[in-house]
Design a protein around this ligand. Structure first.
Ligand SMILES: [Zn+2]
Length: 84
């Protein structure tokens, strides 16, 4: 028998049903679905953020490389001028 409590319609309510070995009521089943949907969205968002972080890190490295190459070129150009 499924007991409807004041927690019904929440993820906690759903857990309460399952902990008691009950079949969750519709309110709790819906809440549980929403909860997992939200969690999935969070996980995706986190993954996307991590991908962005990686991209920024790569851009930063590339920028530093570009600066280093530019300095190398400038150094080389100065050396060529000096030896000429
Ligand atoms: Zn319930």
């Amino acid at each position: 028998m499924t007991h409807i409590t004041k927690e019904c319609g929440t993820h906690a309510g759903h857990q309460r049903h399952t902990n008691r070995g009950e079949i969750p009521c519709q309110l709790c089943a819906d809440a549980n679905k929403e909860y997992h949907k939200a969690r999935n969205t969070d996980a995706k968002e986190l993954k996307r953020l991590k991908a962005e972080d990686r991209l920024i890190a790569q851009m930063y490295v590339m920028e530093r490389l570009a600066i280093a190459r530019k300095r190398e070129r400038e150094k080389y150009a100065t050396q060529v001028q000096e030896s000429a």
